[in-house]
Design a protein around this ligand. Structure first.
Ligand code: FAD
Ligand code: NAI
Length: 469
């Protein structure tokens, strides 16, 4: 007998597991197919959770070494027990993936371990690790197979010395010299982790700026701060290859325009972090005629429908920012739709965060985007040096910036460089979901003393005048 479900989800990352749970909560029968031994996908196993754990613990290590003394706490030079730091990280991962398994049981979601493929509309074939094959029937098939590191031609990742983010989250010792290829989110987060733990870190970036896509002013100031912290940047540069020489690695770097001759940077570990690409191989997309876009992502409409009836896709495997919360929200919205209700995602209001210190958080449009669109806008800014709470905690770097539409005061974008930016960006997202104005934010009472008062002051500056500047 074939197992049959209302919904079969392929992939149990934040997109897939949230879709499955929400669909079950709406009363549908649901199965999930996952090829990895644990649920939770990239985010829980080798992404958000382990990286944020190491960012937190390495930040504590750096604070203990460099800041405690200034607060009157003398502990001498702290020593690193990397094995224990990694055990704590592994524990956080295990607790989170176990949480997903628990939620699947609680919601009566059937779990199939193996590689899923769409055999035909309405049928998913699951190939287990031992080669056993079974078919499950589904009224709706949801592809949530996520993404994987984009390879760099000529630089073969072995996850030992030339690593992707996955290897960089589990190094067994602190490299003396780490070369990071790509000054994007992974490069800066994991580059920061290993720099704090003692590595000399050089970040090689093809473009002439770090964090492309983020507000330019924020990214320029962030670069200055990261450089002060000890990250060395080689911008407008391309890696031509990595070779082993005398037991170490040598990274050949030339200018992006090819005008200056290549130089070699010695390295013990090389981290390749030049972006991620969708995982679609072996799913049967070509056989079924499921359309993809020019970047290999599955093409969907606003209801997450692919070009084939009954097959849907969400998360990193479709267009949009490759972010866990974007995948989750798409999963929840699709589940609502499959249950016959209205569900949707406002892709214009998806916050994004870089969890460095200071953190960088952003929602809505950047100044560059507003200029390119010819939108007349106002800018309100407030530095954390003028925040009482920031001074009290010694975390005064950065600023909050609110961008509003000239004439209407509607908030179009909020960009924050500062400690706790990841938490503060949520109020900006709520405000923007309600089409709020800078005046709305400025007139909302904020607790004192908090970092979020700086966001309010930036809104005051965009609307009229700040108080504390
Ligand atoms: P994934 O999480 O990639 O899950 C896909 C799942 O599908 C995997 O479990 C995979 O094994 C499974 N699968 C694939 N093919 C098949 C198949 N044929 N059959 C069965 N199973 C299959 N995002 C944030 O928002 N915040 C962060 O702080 C953050 N940090 C990150 C740090 C790192 C180092 C990395 C690499 C990513 C980070 N991300 C972060 C991005 C985030 O992890 C992804 O956006 C998110 O996991 C995408 O979710 P998803 O469900 O689309 O896919
Ligand atoms: P990214 O897209 O953020 O950054 C890649 C960087 O590499 C860019 O600056 C790009 O210009 C550069 N680059 C591309 N090709 C290059 C080359 N040949 N040589 C030198 N530089 C090159 O990608 P990244 O950092 O790999 O992360 C992938 C995705 O994972 C992110 O886009 C994000 O969606 C997600 N992620 C999210 C996190 C978060 O939300 N905090 C944390 C980590 C990852």
């Amino acid at each position: 007998m074939t197992d049959a479900f209302d919904v079969v989800v392929i992939g149990s990352g934040p997109g897939g597991y949230v879709c499955a749970i929400r669909a079950a909560q709406h009363g549908l029968t649901v199965a999930v197919v996952e090829q990895a031994p644990t649920f939770g996908g990239t985010c829980l196993n080798v992404g958000c959770i382990p990286s944020k754990t190491l960012l937190h613990t390495s930040e504590l290590f750096e604070e203990a070494a460099k800041k405690f003394s200034g607060f009157g706490i003398e502990i001498g030079q702290p020593t690193l027990d990397l094995t224990r730091m990694m055990s704590h990280k592994n524990g956080a991962v295990e607790a989170n993936v176990a949480g997903v398994a628990y939620l699947f049981k609680k919601n009566a979601i059937a779990a199939f371990h193996g590689r899923g493929a769409i055999a035909s509309p309405g049928k998913v074939r699951v190939t287990a690790a031992d080669g056993a094959v079974r078919e499950i029937a589904a009224k709706a098939i949801v592809v949530a197979t996520g993404s994987e590191p984009a390879p760099l031609p000529g630089v073969a990742i072995d996850e030992q010395r030339i690593v992707s983010s996955t290897g960089a989250l589990s190094l067994s010792e602190v490299p003396k010299r780490l070369v990071v290829i790509g000054a994007g989110v992974i490069g800066l987060e994991l580059g920061s982790v290993w720099r704090r733990l003692g590595a000399e870190v050089t970040v090689v970036e093809y473009l002439d700026r770090i964090l492309p896509g983020m507000d330019g002013e924020v990214s320029r100031q962030a670069q200055r701060i990261f450089a002060r912290q000890g990250l060395a940047f080689r911008l407008s540069s391309k890696v031509e290859g990595v070779v082993e020489k005398g037991g170490a690695l040598e990274v050949t770097v030339a200018s992006a325009d090819g005008k200056t001759p290549a130089t070699a940077i010695p390295a013990d570990i090389v981290l390749v972090a030049i972006g991620r690409r969708p995982v679609t191989a072996g799913l049967g997309l070509e056989t079924l005629g499921i359309a993809t876009d020019s970047r290999g992502r599955i093409a969907v409409d606003a209801g997450f429908r692919t070009s084939v009836d009954g097959v849907y896709a969400i998360g990193d495997v479709i267009a949009g920012p490759m972010l866990a919360h974007k995948a989750e929200d798409e999963g929840a919205a699709l589940a609502e739709r499959l249950a016959g209700k209205a569900g949707g995602v406002n892709h214009a209001v998806i916050p994004s965060v870089v969890y460095t210190m200071p953190e960088i958080a952003s929602v809505g449009q950047t100044e560059e985007e507003l200029k390119a669109a010819g939108t007349a806008y106002r800018t309100g800014k407030f530095p954390f040096t003028a925040s009482g709470r920031a001074r009290a905690t010694g975390r005064t770097e950065g600023f909050a910036k609110v961008l509003t539409e000239e004439g209407t005061d509607r908030v179009l974008g909020v960009h924050i460089l500062g400690a706790n930016a990841s938490e503060m960006i949520a109020e900006a997202a709520v405000l923007m979901e309600f089409g709020g104005s800078a005046e709305d934010l400025a007139r909302t009472c904020h607790a004192h003393p908090t970092f979020s008062e700086a966001v309010r002051e930036a809104a005051m500056a965009a609307w009229w005048k700040p108080v504390h500047l």
